[in-house]
Design a protein around this ligand. Structure first.
Ligand SMILES: Nc1ncnc2c1ncn2[C@@H]1O[C@H](COP(=O)(O)OP(=O)(O)OP(=O)(O)O)[C@@H](O)[C@H]1O
Length: 587
C-alpha cells in the first residue's frame, strides 16, 4: 500500500516530520487533539457509516482507556506503556459484554441503549472514589521512549501521528478485506447477509469491538497527553460530538473522520477564543453553532464534507485478473440423482393457511418452476425452502440433510444459494465487490488478518473467482463500475453471478424475470440454461409463463396454498386445472 501511494506518502511523511519545527506548540497541541479525536471518529465511520449502527457512547470507551492507564501508571506506579494493552483489553472486553447484550437490537432501540450505557459508564467515573471522583486523577506520568520524554506536545505529536497512520492503514486494509465487505453489506439487511453466509450478529459485534478498541487507544493517548483525567471530557455530550464529527466529515469514509475531527477541533478552539469577547454565554452559543453546522451539512452534503471532495472509494485499484489458483470447489451431485425433497410442507399465518401440504422433488441438474396465481403460496414455499421462514409442518431435505431446522446462515455452506425478487445488491460497491461477497462462505479471513493485510493470496483467488462469474454473465469489462449504474436486467445478472461465486449446488431464484424487458428476459433465459448445463440445479418462482415455458424441465403449480398440478411445460399447458386458474393467460 505504501508503495502504491509512494509519492503522496513521502510528502505526508515530510510534512509530519517538519510540522513541530514550523508550527508553534499551541497549534501542535491542537493537532494532537485532532489526531486523537480522528482515531475515535474512524471507529464511528466503521460502526455507523459502514455498519449502520449508531452509538452515542464512544466517549465512554475513550474514558475507559484513559482511566485504565491513569490508574495503572499514576495510582499503581506501573509503566505507562503497560497502560496501552490494558486500555485496549478493557475497552474490548466491555464492548464484547455490552455488545452481546445489546446488539440483537436494531435501529433507534440500539442508539437509545448506547446512550444509556454511555451515561452509566461516565457517571461511574465521577462516583468511584478510587478513580478520584469528580476531581479525577492527576500526575499521570508522561510516556518516554529510550529515555526521551514525550511530555512536550511537539514530541507527543509524532506518537499521535504514528498511531493515526497505523489506524488509517489498518482500517483501510480491513474495509477492503473479506470482513470489510461483510461490514459494508450489513446495511443491505439481515435477509441479504444471512443468505451470503454472513452472521449479522458476529459482524456487528466485531465492528462494535473494533470501534471500542480505537476509542480505548484514543483514551490512552489522551491520558498521557493531558496527564490528567476527570469524568467531564468523557460525558455523553462528547459522545454526541464524536458522532457529529464523523457525520459532518463524512461517515462513509475514513478521510471523513479526519476532516470532521479537524473541523470540530479547530472550530472549538476558534470559538473558545472569539465567543467570550462577544458574549458571556459562550458555551451555549458554541453548541448552537455546532447544531447549525450539522443541519447545514445534512441539507447540502448528505455524505458529509468528504463528499464535496473528488471521489475516492474503498475500492482496490488493482487490475481485475482471472489468473489465480481457483478456490476449492465442491463436487456436484450426479445429474438426475435426488437432490431436494419437500414433504408435507405447510405454513400458517394466524388463521390463514398460506401453504398446505405441498410435496415435490427436484433432481440434480433439473430446472423446476413453482407457478401459480397471486396469493397461491409460491413466495411462502420459496421462503420455507430458503430458510427465511420456518414451516408449521413438514420437512425440507437437501442432499440427504434435513434443512427444516437449519438456520438460513448455514444453507449457503451446503450449496443452497438464492437471488431476490427485489434485487439486493450493495449500490455503493463495485460489481466485482458485490460478486466477491458471494464467496464469503468459501474463505476464512478474520478481522485481524484483514487489518494486517495477511489475506493477499486468498483475496486474489476470490477476486479471480468473482471475475470468472462476471465473465459468465458478460459484465467483466464493467467489474470496477458501481452496481447502481446498471439497468435492472444486468443487476439481476450480477445477483446470479454473486450466487455462482458461492459455488452452489442449487440456485433458488425468486421471480427472476420480474420487471425485465423482452430482450433482457431472453438474455436471462440463455444465462440460466448455461448455468444449468454446467450442472447447477435451478428452482424458480415465476409469474411470467412465457419465460417459464421456454426455460424449465418441470413445473409445479400451486393455488390457494395447495399443489394443483405437476408436469412438463407441455403437460401443464394442457392441464385443465391450470387453464382454469390462469383464465385468459397465455396458456
Ligand atoms: N408474513 C405473512 N403474514 C401473513 N400472511 C402472509 C404472509 N406472507 C404471505 N401471506 C399470505 O399468504 C398467502 C400466500 O402468499 P404468497 O406471497 O406466498 O403468495 P404468492 O403466490 O407468492 O403471491 P404473489 O405472486 O402475489 O407474490 C397470501 O394470502 C398472503 O397474503
Amino acid at each position: 500500500m505504501a508503495i502504491r501511494y509512494g509519492l503522496p506518502s513521502l510528502a505526508l511523511l515530510m510534512i509530519v516530520a517538519l510540522a513541530p519545527f514550523v508550527l508553534g506548540s499551541f497549534y501542535i497541541a491542537i493537532l494532537n487533539f485532532v489526531g486523537i479525536y480522528s482515531i475515535v471518529a474512524i471507529g464511528i465511520v466503521i460502526l455507523t457509516g459502514s455498519g449502520g449502527l449508531i452509538s452515542f457512547g464512544q466517549s465512554a470507551f475513550v474514558g475507559l482507556g484513559a482511566y485504565a492507564t491513569a490508574v495503572l501508571s499514576a495510582n499503581l506506579g506501573f509503566s505507562p506503556w503497560l497502560g496501552l494493552p490494558v486500555a485496549l483489553a478493557l475497552s474490548a472486553l466491555t464492548a464484547t459484554i455490552l455488545g452481546m447484550i445489546t446488539l440483537h437490537l436494531s435501529g433507534h432501540y440500539l442508539a437509545l441503549v448506547t446512550l444509556a450505557w454511555g451515561m452509566v459508564i461516565t457517571l461511574l467515573f465521577g462516583n468511584i472514589e478510587e478513580l478520584g471522583g469528580h476531581t479525577g486523577i492527576s500526575d499521570i506520568p508522561a510516556l518516554s521512549i529510550a529515555g526521551i520524554s514525550l511530555a512536550p506536545q511537539e514530541r507527543y505529536f509524532y506518537l499521535v501521528a504514528a498511531c493515526l497512520v497505523l489506524v488509517v492503514i489498518g482500517t483501510t486494509c480491513l474495509m477492503q478485506s473479506r470482513q470489510g465487505r461483510a461490514i459494508r453489506a450489513l446495511k443491505g439487511g439481515e435477509t441479504l447477509v444471512t443468505s451470503l453466509g454472513i452472521s449479522q450478529f458476529r459482524i456487528r459485534l466485531g465492528i462494535f469491538v473494533i470501534s471500542a478498541l480505537l476509542a480505548g487507544l484514543a483514551g490512552w493517548l489522551y491520558a498521557h497527553s493531558q496527564r490528567y483525567v476527570g469524568p467531564d471530557p468523557f460525558s455523553i455530550q462528547t459522545g454526541i460530538e464524536f458522532l457529529l464529527m464523523a457525520v459532518i466529515g463524512g461517515s462513509g469514509h475514513i478521510a471523513g473522520a479526519i476532516i470532521g475531527a479537524t473541523l470540530f477541533t479547530t472550530l472549538h478552539s476558534v470559538l473558545q477564543d472569539l465567543l467570550p469577547l462577544i458574549t458571556s454565554r459562550a458555551g451555549n452559543i458554541e453548541k448552537i453553532i455546532y447544531g447549525c453546522l450539522f443541519i447545514l451539512v445534512l441539507q447540502h452534503a448528505r455524505s458529509g464534507l468528504v463528499g464535496l471532495l473528488p471521489r475516492f472509494g474503498w475500492r482496490k485499484r488493482e487490475p481485475v485478473s482471472l489468473a489465480a489458483e481457483p478456490l476449492e470447489r465442491r463436487s456436484l451431485p450426479k445429474r438426475g440423482s435426488p437432490l431436494l425433497e419437500v414433504s408435507g410442507l405447510s405454513k400458517q399465518f394466524g388463521g390463514l393457511t398460506a401453504v398446505d401440504n405441498v410435496n415435490f422433488k427436484v433432481n440434480a441438474g433439473e430446472i423446476v418452476a413453482l407457478i401459480g396465481p397471486n396469493g397461491a403460496g409460491k413466495s411462502t414455499t420459496f421462503n420455507l425452502i430458503s430458510g427465511a421462514l420456518r414451516p408449521t409442518k413438514g420437512t425440507v431435505t437437501f442432499a440427504g440433510q434435513n434443512l427444516t431446522s437449519e438456520k438460513p446462515l448455514h444453507l449457503v455452506k451446503v450449496g443452497v444459494a438464492r437471488t431476490f425478487q427485489h434485487v439486493k445488491l450493495r449500490p455503493n460497491m463495485s460489481l466485482l465487490e458485490n460478486v466477491m461477497l458471494g464467496a464469503y462462505s468459501r474463505t476464512k479471513t478474520g478481522f485481524l488478518a484483514g487489518a494486517l493485510h495477511l489475506d493477499a493470496t486468498v483475496e486474489k483467488q476470490v477476486r479471480a473467482q468473482a471475475a470468472l462469474a462476471l465473465q459468465r454473465i458478460g459484465l467483466l469489462d464493467r467489474a470496477d463500475d458501481m452496481v447502481s449504474s446498471l439497468p435492472l436486467g444486468q443487476q439481476r445478472a450480477v445477483e446470479i453471478a454473486r450466487a455462482l461465486a458461492s459455488d452452489p449446488v442449487i440456485l433458488l431464484l425468486d421471480e427472476p424475470a420480474a420487471g425485465l424487458r423482452r430482450l433482457e428476459k431472453e438474455q436471462l433465459s440463455h444465462l440460466l440454461k448455461e448455468i444449468s448445463a454446467a450442472g447447477v440445479t435451478l428452482l424458480l418462482v415465476e409469474h411470467d409463463m412465457e419465460f417459464v415455458m421456454g426455460l424449465v424441465d418441470r413445473i409445479i403449480m400451486l393455488d390457494f396454498g395447495k399443489q394443483r398440478a405437476e408436469g412438463t411445460p407441455e403437460e401443464i399447458r394442457s392441464n385443465p386445472v391450470v387453464r382454469e386458474a390462469y383464465l385468459g393467460g397465455i396458456i
